[in-house]
Design a protein around this ligand. Sequence first.
Ligand SMILES: [Zn+2]
Length: 124
Amino acid sequence: MKLGKKFLSELKERLEKEKKELEEELASFAKKDPELEGNYKTIFPDYGKTIGSQEENMDEVEEYVSKLPVEKTLEAKLQKVNEALARLKGKGFGTCENCKKAITKERLEVSPTAKICTECKGFV
Ligand SMILES: [Zn+2]
């Protein structure tokens, strides 16, 4: 089954929108890593230059630690989106990485970043 141009460009638009949203969300608390594309670093909160009380320092650490998993999740999502966009530009989009068969349009519609087909997903 061949995927239509219109369908693909719709998916591309959706992915690009998602990419922008993820990047904005990440930028709200993390800094782009200039060394590594698509990598972000959570900014260590700084509530001022004065030496805070121990309690304040604990809050800073807690805030930082609580954001790390969020950063990882968003980063992983962003990476998937970037990969899907790269596949869209090149070749291989909509082809299952596992069995090399076409991924159904329905599946791509629900999850444009899918790399494997529904059948393989059941076994992986
Ligand atoms: Zn497959």
